[in-house]
Design a binder for this molecule. Structure first.
Ligand SMILES: Nc1ncnc2c1ncn2[C@@H]1O[C@H](COP(=O)(O)OP(=O)(O)O)[C@@H](O)[C@H]1O
Ligand SMILES: [Mg+2]
Length: 468
């Protein structure tokens, strides 16, 4: 039984495709060449006979009409046959009751004189014109050109120039056979070549498949050899590119988890230490209160870290839901600034709001924009010496709205500037876990905005740009 699974393989399909195409091409060639060839060869033969009849008809007519001996006519017939490489038959014509009667008078192949009937000769005798015909004699098919020989106005004889068609048939048979053999060879070759080409292609595809499986299993170590710049080469390149990016993502993820667990462990260890100290009996009331204060600080820190981590993972997973609405950014800035009043007081700092006269409205999620602003203000306070001023401004320009927080602190070192938005990047580990700006910039991205930074000693500006 035929197995369909055989055709399901790309390799076999390609090989069969090659085979079928070659076979079709050769079939078309065969159908076009072979029938044409036989009629072409036959036509050529007729033309040769017609030419011989045209050239030699006059000489035969003269011999028939003149006062020439029978033997001389026979010699003429034979000589013409030799010269034209045809068989020449001379038939005498007589009128019996108005219809022509013919009988063979001379034949260049006298031995065969009786094998043919010469139907073309009868037609030529009746019509008085050169006539072409074929018949099958004792020795196979023959093509004939019959030309009437006139003496005065009367058709005295018919000269028939004939030639066997056997050689034409033989030639056609040879061509047909060669075509068939060549066709079979070509088809076999196509099958083998198709198979090899297909195997080469499928091997390369298999490499891709193997590599994809490795990547799926988490192994990013081996790029696929590219080899050529054809489509499969391009695919391999694209694949290697993807693999590289996945590897980067993978290592970033591992790094993230390692850092996050480290960040979590530090306060937990410290909590454990305080609890142990508190458990020992000889702790006076004053120390106990101090320890409890430290405990609260660590718990706050842990809580903030947990919330930040959760926020960041939600943002990166794309599962954070935004509720955009038209927001007056000036008003929002004022509210957040008010929240910071106690902190500013403690820091002995002053916050200046520059909002301009016109309302700065943007479509965004007010909760998230406030969150970004809190992160920025938090940093401005944390990274500036007490007593320095902070400026918050909101403005609309060139189709975007900009909310900027500027401080006069020590600034961010040039080499850190491009990394401040990376999770866990901090200039000073003691102060924070480095998640604030990462969250702020992810939030900005989610609102189709950007968060940028410019900094030099004495002037640091973080600018949130949102589509207006
Ligand atoms: N206004 C600022 N002035 C100077 N440095 C800043 C400022 N804001 C952020 N940074 C630097 O960027 C780092 C990352 O900030 P952030 O992501 O908020 O983390 P964290 O404040 O928790 O350390 C900070 O550790 C600090 O070094
Ligand atoms: Mg911060």
């Amino acid at each position: 039984m035929f197995r369909w699974s055989f055709v399901r393989s790309l390799r076999n399909r390609l090989a069969l495709g090659f085979f079928a195409i070659t076979l079709t091409a050769l079939g078309a060639l065969y159908v076009y060449v072979v029938p044409n060839l036989s009629s072409r060869l036959r036509d050529e033969k007729v033309q040769t006979l017609e030419r011989a009849a045209g050239q030699q008809g006059g000489r035969l007519a003269a011999a028939v009409g003149g006062d020439v001996s029978d033997a001389a006519v026979a010699a003429d017939v034979r000589a013409i046959a030799d010269a034209t490489a045809t068989r020449v038959t001379l038939l005498r014509a007589a009128q019996v009751n108005g219809s022509p009667q013919l009988h063979v008078d001379h034949d260049s192949q006298s031995a065969r004189a009786s094998d043919l009937v010469f139907p073309a000769a009868y037609e030529a005798a009746t019509s008085g014109r050169v006539t072409t015909g074929t018949e099958t004699g004792a020795f196979g098919r023959v093509v004939e050109v019959a030309t009437p020989l006139k003496v005065g106005n009367r058709v005295a004889a018919i000269a028939v120039f004939s030639s066997p068609l056997a050689d034409v048939q033989h030639d056609v048979a040879v061509v047909r056979q060669r075509l068939l053999v060549a066709g079979a060879l070509a088809a076999l070759f196509a099958l083998a070549a198709g198979y090899l080409v297909a195997r080469w292609l499928t091997q390369r595809i298999k490499h891709l498949e193997d590599a994809a499986e490795k990547v799926a299993a988490g192994d990013f170590s081996q790029p696929i050899p590219v080899g050529s710049d054809d489509e499969l080469g391009q695919l391999a390149l694209a694949f290697n590119d993807m693999q590289r990016q996945l590897a980067q993502l993978d290592s970033a993820r591992k790094q993230f988890i390692a850092t996050a667990s480290h960040e979590l462990r530090t306060p937990i260890t410290s909590l454990g230490g305080f609890i142990e100290l508190l458990e020992s009996e000889e702790v006076d009331e004053e120390t106990r209160r101090r320890f409890l204060g430290q405990l609260r600080e660590q718990v706050d820190r842990l809580t903030k870290l947990a919330v930040d981590l959760l926020d960041l993972s939600k943002l990166e997973a794309g599962s954070l839901e935004l509720r955009p609405e038209p927001v007056d950014l000036g008003e929002l800035a004022r509210q957040v600034a008010d929240e910071f009043e106690p902190a500013l007081d403690r820091h002995d700092s002053h916050l200046e709001l520059r909002l301009g006269r016109r309302e700065v409205e943007a479509v965004c999620d007010p909760v998230r924009v406030a969150q970004i602003m809190r992160i920025l203000l938090d940093n401005a306070l944390a990274h500036t010496p007490p007593g320095t001023g902070i400026v918050v401004s909101a403005a609309r320009e060139d189709g975007v709205v900009r909310l900027a927080v500027r401080d006069r602190g020590e600034g961010i070192r040039r080499q850190d500037l491009s990394r401040v938005f990376e999770p866990f990047h901090t200039g000073n580990r003691a102060r924070g876990s480095g998640l604030g700006l990462a969250i702020a910039s992810e939030l900005a991205d989610h609102m189709d905005g950007t968060l940028g930074v410019e900094s030099r000693p004495g002037r640091t500006v973080f600018t949130l740009e949102l589509p207006a």
